[in-house]
Design a protein around this ligand. Sequence first.
Ligand SMILES: [Zn+2]
Length: 59
Amino acid sequence: MTGLVIRILTCDETDDGEVCDAEYGGDADMPSLDALRSEAAENGWRHLEGYGDFCPDHS
Ligand SMILES: [Zn+2]
């Protein structure tokens, strides 16, 4: 059995009280959260220090 750490970003925006369910990542080969965030940024995601991560629809 193998334990995997899978890094994933989830959108921190809420719509009418519902947390956005957008996610980015899921690749077990991603070396760090920073690397995942820079790849996500190329795909429209935005990270705001102290606020969270936001999907392309909410960035
Ligand atoms: Zn979102």
